[in-house]
Every structure is written in structure tokens, then in C-alpha cells.
Design a protein around this ligand. Structure first.
Ligand code: S3P
Length: 424
């Protein structure tokens, strides 16, 4: 993708549905009783992988534009897939579905693309094994492909070493197939969409600080789910609006669940002009319209409990920091190393090529902002979030950029370039 500088962005947009919520709606809809209707579903490759896997397990799922209809099979109605379940690039599909699969009365195998088979799976293998799940890494390296055999699960009290919604949700889904109360305690609270949606479907989940308490129920019941727009996708436009001169962007219907909205606090602490309008609740999820205006950003420190609430936004926060006066320090974010790419290295390498004063640390990065950026030949490393973050940086560079491997953006935001161009 060739990206020429554009110095002013104006307009009103709605970004696609939330990826995390779209995945969960398919999974819960598939094991609920009845007909679940999902509106504003994200038609990105990751969520389509989840649909494909559940279809392989005998669930009837139909798509009409952005609405998905799922005829649920009930908690015990999934069928053995006749082939490997292929999650593509989707870590959420692999980790959440594994929890659910440990509780089924059939054996199956899961695999994915060249990135997914390098990502750590011990974080789910370990707690699921403690629950009596029979889940194995086929190559014995604690990575996918995974082989899951049927077993009788037991409830556990688990203290997770990482704040990970994927780990938490995997255990929560497995806990549906036990007969006692399972608790999961995290170091910090990660995104809570599974908690909210399970209760929406008739589950029994309580929360006490960073502990989640799951009581199994006999059945889940189909619901209508309206998916808010994804704050992780909105983040590119928030930063674009702040760093481009004479710009103003309104982003409609964005999910601002407090466990996801860390980027808003960080950009406000950088003196970004961001306003929330029309705040309301949809299916237990908080939603708002977000208005951003060109701002003179200042450096900041991003650390501690806010990190899980903005973990996917760190590459675009690094871009904001490059355009801010002063130093930005991002720490406590070692999880970035095990995302779709090692996002500490990939973000640092590519922004450096544009002239940014940025260095990696063990658990984050340090950016000295304010140096003008120039265009360059950049690589996304097949990481959708890196690709979109670099695009926003490139719009504000002094010369043209050539972004290699930009097709990966289809993972979470297939219409990204079209939406962006509407603001030129
Ligand atoms: C996700 C959780 C996060 C996030 C990922 C989606 C989810 O991962 O990075 O893109 O839907 O639960 P971790 O919870 O493993 O940090």
C-alpha cells in the first residue's frame, strides 16, 4: 500500500464491530438454546474463522450483511468436527474455543497459521489440565497444533500469572462443564466481555475485584447481541485526528467498556482533545460517540493496571507519542512480545525507519517525541495492528511511504483504507 501524506482529516465515521465481542457472541450463541441474532458483527477474518469452526461442529450459522444468525445447539449439542479446526490468525478463537472443547464429549484437533503456531498456549494448557482437561500440544512445545480429548472437568480456584482475557475466558468457558464453582484471579483486571455476555445469556458470573466467580448453569439461552464499534479500530482515527492539523473526527457508537478504554485516558493525559458524547448502555456494554480534535500532544507514562485495558492500542499510542512533545515511557507491557508479532520489536523497528527517536525496553518502549517523520519502506510483519498504526504515522510524514504486507488489515478491519479515505 502506497501512503501519501494527508495533513487534514475531517468527518463522521462508524468503525466495524468489536472483535472480542463478535467472537464471544458466536461461541455463546452456538452453545445456547435457541436463536441468537448478532447485529453489527465484525466481518474480519478472525471472526469468520470462529464462525467456520463452529459450523464444522454442526452449528447452523447464517450471515446477512453484518448480521449473523446462530441456531444454538445447547451446552451439550456440539458435534465432532470431521477435520482439524483451523483458527487462522486468531488467538482468541484458539484459546477460548479450547476451554469450551475440553468440556465436550468428543476429541478434536486445532491448528492455525504460521503466526498462531508460534504463540504461547501453556497459559491455557496449564489451567485446563488442572481442571482435568486432556489438552496436549501435538509437538510437545506448548504451542499449537493442539489435541483435545474428552474428559470430565472439575472446578478449580486459579490464580493467573498474566492479566489475560483469553486465559480467563478459556477457563470460564470450561467451567460451564463442571459441577462446582470456579474462581479465576488475575494480577489486574483484563477485558470483561465474557463476564458480561455470559450473564446476558443466563450464565452465573460474579466479580469481586480481580477475581471472577463462575457458577455453572444447566443451559444458556439465546439472546440478541448488538455489537458496539471496536475501540481498538476507533483508536487509529482517534490518534489520526489528534496528530493531524485542522482536523476533527466523530467516531460513532464506540464501545467504551472501562476494561477497554485505557487509550482514552492516556490520550487525555497527553493533552489530547477527546470528548465523549451520547454515552449509553447496549447489552451491558457502555457505548459513546467519540469526538477528537487536533491537539498539541505531550509525552506521558503508561504503566501498571491500565496496560491490559489498552494492550492492543500500544502500537498506535507509540505513534501518538512520536508526535508529542517530550518523552513517553511505556512499561509493564511484556505481553506485547507474544501478540500477532513481537509488537515491541516490530513497532520500534518500523517507526525508527521513519526517523522516530524510539528504543525498545524489556517490557515496553521509550519514545522521545517531536522529531518530524519522513516516509519509508515499511513492513507490517503481517500484524494488522502494526499495519494500521504505521498507516496513521505515514499520513503525517513529510514524504511517501510504501507499506509492505498490508493485506493483514483484513484480520480486524477489512474496510480500513476506504473509511480512512472518506476523511481526506
Ligand atoms: C482478547 C484479549 C487480548 C487481546 C486480543 C483479544 C480477547 O489478549 O490482545 O486481541 O478477545 O479476549 P490477552 O487477553 O491474551 O491479552
Amino acid at each position: 500500500m502506497k501512503i501519501n501524506p494527508v495533513y487534514r482529516l475531517k468527518g463522521d465515521i462508524k468503525v466495524p464491530g468489536d472483535k472480542s465481542i463478535s467472537h464471544r457472541a458466536i461461541m455463546l450463541g452456538s452453545v445456547a438454546k435457541g436463536h441468537t441474532l448478532i447485529k453489527d458483527f465484525l466481518m474480519g477474518e478472525d471472526c469468520l474463522s470462529t464462525i467456520r469452526c463452529f459450523k464444522q461442529m454442526g452449528v447452523s450459522i447464517t450471515i446477512n450483511k453484518n448480521t449473523v444468525s446462530v441456531k444454538g445447539n445447547g451446552l451439550h449439542g456440539l458435534k465432532q468436527p470431521d477435520q482439524l479446526l483451523d483458527v487462522g490468525n486468531s488467538g482468541t478463537t484458539m484459546r477460548l474455543m479450547s476451554g469450551l472443547l475440553c468440556g465436550q464429549e468428543f476429541d478434536c484437533s486445532l491448528t492455525g497459521d504460521s503466526s498462531i503456531i508460534k504463540r504461547p498456549m501453556k497459559r491455557i494448557i496449564e489451567p485446563l489440565t488442572r481442571m482435568n482437561g486432556r489438552i496436549k500440544s501435538i509437538n510437545g512445545d506448548n504451542r499449537a497444533p493442539l489435541y483435545i480429548q474428552s474428559s470430565t472437568l472439575i472446578n478449580i480456584d486459579y490464580t493467573s500469572p498474566v492479566a489475560s482475557a483469553q486465559v480467563k475466558s478459556s477457563i470460564m468457558l470450561a467451567s460451564l462443564y463442571t459441577s462446582g464453582i470456579t474462581t479465576i484471579t488475575e494480577p489486574y483486571t483484563s477485558r470483561n466481555h465474557s463476564e458480561l455476555m455470559l450473564n446476558h445469556f443466563g450464565g452465573n458470573v460474579q466479580v469481586d475485584g480481580t477475581k471472577v466467580i463462575c457458577t455453572p448453569v444447566d443451559e444458556l439461552f439465546a439472546q440478541e447481541v448488538i455489537v458496539p464499534s471496536d475501540i481498538s479500530s476507533a483508536a487509529y482515527f482517534m490518534v489520526a485526528g489528534l496528530i493531524s492539523k485542522n482536523s476533527e473526527i466523530i467516531i460513532r457508537d464506540v464501545g467504551i467498556n472501562p476494561t477497554r478504554a485505557g487509550i482514552i485516558h492516556v490520550l487525555q493525559s497527553m493533552k489530547g482533545q477527546i470528548e465523549l458524547d451520547n454515552i449509553r448502555m447496549i447489552n451491558s456494554e457502555k457505548v459513546a460517540d467519540i469526538i477528537v480534535k487536533s491537539s498539541n500532544l505531550e509525552g506521558t507514562v503508561v504503566e501498571g493496571s491500565i496496560i491490559p485495558t489498552l494492550i492492543d492500542e500500544i502500537p498506535i499510542i507509540a505513534v501518538a507519542a512520536a508526535f508529542a512533545e517530550g518523552k513517553t515511557i511505556i512499561k509493564d507491557a511484556a505481553e506485547l512480545k507474544v501478540k500477532e508479532s513481537n509488537r515491541i520489536d516490530t513497532t520500534v523497528n518500523e517507526l525508527k525507519k521513519m526517523g522516530v527517536d524510539i528504543s525498545p525496553t524489556d517490557d515496553g518502549m521509550i519514545i522521545q517525541g517531536g522529531t518530524p517523520l519522513h516516509g519509508a519502506v515499511l513492513d507490517s510483519y503481517h500484524d494488522h495492528r502494526v499495519a494500521m498504526s504505521l498507516t496513521i504515522a505515514a499520513l503525517n510524514a513529510s514524504s511517501n511511504t510504501n507499506l509492505l504486507n498490508s493485506k493483514c488489515i483484513d484480520i480486524s478491519y477489512p474496510t480500513f483504507f476506504e473509511d480512512l479515505k472518506r476523511l481526506f
